[in-house]
Design a protein around this ligand. Structure first.
Ligand code: HH2
Length: 274
C-alpha cells in the first residue's frame, strides 16, 4: 500500500508518523506556541529530525468546546507557514481543515494531503478535494467540537462509525476523488466517551480491513489522560504506547505531537517482533 502526496510517495507497509503542528491560539496541547512562521518552521524541522514522515498544519482547534474560525482567519494562520514548510522540508505537508476555500489555498501553497475532521461534509469540500487531486483523510465526528462531548450516544459505536466512513468514502469517490487517495480515521475523542474510544481502539483491525489506509490520532488526548491520570504535556509515553499498539492493529498513519517517543516505540516494537 502506498500513498502518493505530490512528489512524495509514502510506503505504508511501514507505519508512518505524522507530526502535528498547530498554528492556533487555543489547541489543547500546544496552542499558541507556533503562531509565527519562524517558530512553526523551527518546530517542524525538529519533528522531521525526530523522525516525522509528514507534517500536518492546522489553523482551527477542534478540541471539545472550541469555536469555529472563518476561512480568512484560518488561511491567515496557515498559509505563510505552509509556504515555508513546503519550500524548506523534504516531507509531505498536510493541511487539517474542513473549509473548501482553505483547502484550495493550502494546496496552492504546497500542501499535498487534506485531513478533514468533518469528512468533506462542508459546502464545496467534496468538489475542492476532487479537483485538487491530493489524498484526503476522512474522519468520523459525532456533532461539532463546541458540543460534541456533551452526551455522545451510539447504539453500536463500531458499526456506526464504520458505516459513516463507508458513506463518506462513497461520496468522495462519486465526487471524483481517486480510490487510492482516501484515508479513513475513526476520530478518537470526537463525540465519544471513554467507553466508545476503547471500543473503537479494540476494533482497529476491523477499520484497517475496510481497505483504505487507516489514520489514528490518540496523541495526548483525554483518552490517554483518563488511563494515566496525567495532563496533556505528560502524556507522551502513554500516547507512544497507544500509537505503537494502533500500528500493530493496522493503523498506517499515526498523528502525533511527540514524534521522538513514537519513533522509539515503533522501532522497539518492530525489532522485538511486535
Ligand atoms: N485530532 C485532532 C485534530 N485533527 N485529525 C484526524 N484525522 N484525526 C484526529 O484524531 C485528529 C485530527 C485533535 O488534536 P490536536 O490537533 O492536537 O488539537 P486541536 O484540535 O485542539 O488543535
Amino acid at each position: 500500500m502506498i500513498l502518493r502526496c505530490g512528489k512524495h510517495v509514502l510506503d505504508l507497509r511501514q507505519p508512518r508518523i505524522v507530526g502535528v503542528l498547530n498554528v492556533t491560539p487555543d489547541s489543547f496541547s500546544d496552542g499558541g506556541r507556533y503562531l509565527d512562521a519562524a517558530a512553526a518552521l523551527a518546530q517542524a524541522r525538529r519533528l522531521v529530525a525526530e523522525g516525522a514522515d509528514m507534517i500536518e498544519v492546522g489553523g482551527e482547534s477542534t478540541r471539545p468546546g472550541a469555536a469555529p474560525v472563518s476561512a480568512e482567519e484560518e488561511s491567515a494562520r496557515v498559509l505563510p507557514v505552509l509556504r515555508q514548510l513546503a519550500r524548506e522540508l523534504d516531507v509531505p505537508i498536510a493541511i487539517d481543515t474542513s473549509q473548501a476555500e482553505v483547502m484550495r489555498a493550502a494546496v496552492e501553497a504546497g500542501a499535498t494531503l487534506i485531513n478533514d475532521v468533518r469528512a468533506l461534509q462542508q459546502e464545496g469540500a467534496l468538489r475542492a478535494a476532487a479537483e485538487l487531486g491530493v489524498p484526503v483523510g476522512l474522519m468520523h465526528m459525532q456533532g461539532e467540537p463546541r458540543t460534541m462531548q456533551h452526551a455522545p450516544q451510539y447504539e453500536d459505536v463500531v458499526a456506526e462509525v464504520a458505516a459513516f466512513l463507508g458513506e463518506r468514502r462513497a461520496a468522495a469517490l462519486a465526487a471524483g476523488v481517486a480510490a487510492d487517495s482516501i484515508v479513513l480515521d475513526p476520530g478518537f475523542g470526537f463525540g465519544k466517551t471513554q467507553a466508545h474510544n476503547l471500543a473503537l481502539f479494540a476494533a482497529l483491525p476491523h477499520f484497517a480491513a475496510l481497505g483504505a489506509p487507516l489514520l489514528v490520532g490518540l496523541s495526548r488526548k483525554r483518552m490517554i489522560g483518563e488511563l494515566t491520570g496525567r495532563e496533556p504535556a505528560e502524556r507522551a509515553v502513554g500516547s507512544a504506547v497507544a500509537a505503537a499498539m494502533a500500528a500493530a492493529r493496522g493503523a498506517r498513519l499515526l498523528r502525533v505531537h511527540d514524534v521522538a517517543a513514537t519513533r522509539d516505540a515503533l522501532t522497539v516494537m518492530r525489532e522485538l517482533g511486535g
